[in-house]
Write a protein that binds this ligand. Structure first.
Ligand code: ADP
Ligand code: MG
Length: 513
């Protein structure tokens, strides 16, 4: 469907055009007309299918820019998503000159209060910070016409239902409520019952839960073997842009430091990092200035990152839906992708549960042989040589030195010495990742029930993920400027090259247990 068939303001259509959108996505085609009627709408579609514009365009269309009141409130589970949504709405509303403001924790509240005085028409925010502003009387919601609960599954997971309830007591009774989500676990229906009136439900079925274009592999390994194995696989696969998932924040920190120590251009994101740090890491990754991004589920969910060639699940996710979210970050926009999931022997039942949900078998990936690793490393050495020859215009300065060496040694000898320094055995920089308790072992019989439904195992034992949730929430409620110091640690520009060239030092991981 063309956007021009949707009865939208021409200024929005021109912005849509400038954004490069040619046709509506299915969720947009089906929900935009419904939202425009003023009905409550529930929209479910996979991550990356354009849900923001699906609620954003009709909201932008309805906004009266001459009014100084906030007319729409979008509630987002995380700061990153709030920022991302604000940016998307700003882009689409720019020609109509719609003011969109975001409010989230971990950022100076006074600055936000100041910005709110510029009378935005739309506010996007995280629940804790929205409440904060309501309590300070700096966010006036008496003229809000539409409330959006975005990424509702995520908000549910993070325990935001009560906050949402409190927020809604400050919004006029007859507002329109929109709920968008990638998945629809049962409890969301309860949210819908609680907050919505006769909602229209639009559900876009994904052809398959995981894209056909993703080659899915698994590697069976013990926890302590995973790191070395993973870097060997990197050397073989040579990922262009890789996302690595760890189960806990500590895991993310350790993996990031370990990769940096081995000379990989890597950074990590999770809920404990300062907002500035997270934003800058994401910007770098999006701009292709980082090769590896290590993340927790929560930090990465819903983020709009394109061009990811490989997803590595350093820890297998406990929840099959998380798996789908994770690997869905690759194989996008017509490109193919590869995912590799590490699984310890007693976690195999989780792998099977995931396969039941995705209706696809993961292929076993054998640990790379030395020969394969060397072959991969040679590819990258060849790239380096080609690049240096093409871009280093000052090579001629070595002419005499080269002649001198060639008088003394054979070219073969020189090349071999060069290769012995250019190619490092990754394991020469020992990295030890603190052991993580594997997922609780389950009986095989539990996981054959797969009707493609959502399963939640041992909710109470979601260890790290839980911490992450709590952390995220706490961040949301407090200005955490004071905590930046703890994470602004390593000189992250230290290892720009993929291959370990400089860092020979043995490396010890600092653990904070
Ligand atoms: P979701 O919320 O469903 O995960 P987003 O709203 O974040 O997805 O959109 C994902 C990406 O797709 C964004 O970069 C957005 O600009 C882009 N996008 C949205 N709608 C379209 C469209 N109709 N055509 C092309 N790209 C689109
Ligand atoms: Mg979204």
């Amino acid at each position: 469907m063309k956007f021009s068939e949707l009865n939208l303001d021409s200024k929005l259509l021109s912005a849509v055009d400038e954004a490069g959108f040619e046709e509506t996505t299915p969720i947009q085609a089906q929900t935009i007309p419904l939202v425009m009627t003023g009905d409550d709408v529930i929209g479910q579609a996979q991550t990356g299918t354009g849900k923001t514009a699906a609620f954003g365009l009709p909201i932008l269309n309805a906004v009266d820019t001459s009014s100084s009141d906030i007319q729409a409130l979008i509630i987002s589970p995380t700061r990153e998503l709030a920022i991302q949504t604000q940016e998307e709405l700003f882009k689409l509303g720019r020609n109509k000159k719609v003011r969109v403001q975001s409010v989230y924790g971990g950022s100076d509240i006074r600055r936000q209060i100041h910005s709110l005085k510029n009378h935005p028409s739309i506010v996007v925010g995280t629940p804790g910070r929205i409440l904060d502003h309501i309590n300070r009387h700096t966010l006036k919601l008496h003229n809000v016409k539409t409330v959006v609960l975005d990424e509702a599954d995520e908000m549910l997971d993070m325990g935001f239902v009560e906050d949402i309830e409190s927020i809604l007591t400050n919004v006029p009774h007859d507002h329109q409520t929109l709920l968008f989500s990638a998945t629809m676990p049962k409890p969301i229906t309860k949210i819908a019952d609680k907050f919505m009136t006769d909602p229209e439900i639009v559900k876009i079925k994904s052809k398959e839960l995981t894209a056909d274009k993703i080659d899915q592999y698994f590697v069976k390994a013990r926890d302590y073997e995973k790191f070395d194995l993973m870097t060997r696989i990197f050397d073989v696969q040579g990922p262009e842009l890789a996302l690595i998932f760890g189960r806990t924040k500590r895991r993310v920190d350790e993996l990031t430091r370990g990769l940096q120590a081995r000379g990989y251009n890597a950074e990590g994101i999770h809920g404990d990092l300062s907002q500035d740090k997270r934003t800058s890491v994401l910007r770098k990754f999006k701009a292709g200035k980082l090769d590896f991004l290590v993340a927790t589920d929560v930090a990465a969910r819903g983020l709009d990152i394109s061009g990811v060639s490989h997803v590595y699940n350093y820890d297998i996710p406990q929840d099959p839906d998380s798996y789908v979210h994770r690997i869905g970050r690759t194989g996008r926009a017509g490109k193919s992708g590869i995912s590799v999931t590490f699984v310890t022997p007693n976690e195999m039942s989780y792998l099977r549960t995931i396969e039941n949900l995705t209706k696809k078998r993961m292929k076993p990936l054998a640990p790379p042989t030395d020969k394969e690793v060397l072959k991969g490393q040679m590819e990258s050495v060849k790239d380096d040589i080609k690049n240096t020859l093409a871009h280093d215009t000052n090579l001629a300065r070595f002419q005499d030195a080269a002649d001198e060496l060639l008088n003394e040694y054979t070219p073969e000898q020189l090349v071999m010495v060069y290769l012995s320094t250019a190619i490092k055995d990754a394991e020469s920089v020992p990295v030890k990742i603190a052991p993580e308790r594997p997922l609780p072992s389950r009986k095989q019989s539990h996981n054959r029930s797969g009707h493609g439904r959502r399963h939640r195992f041992n909710r109470g034992r979601r260890g790290g993920e839980r911490n992450e949730h709590r952390g995220g929430r706490r961040d949301d409620r407090r200005n955490n400027h004071g905590r930046n110091g703890g994470n602004s640690n390593n000189s992250h520009r230290r290892n720009e090259n993929k291959k370990p060239a400089a860092s020979k030092k043995s490396f010890k991981i600092r653990t904070n247990i």
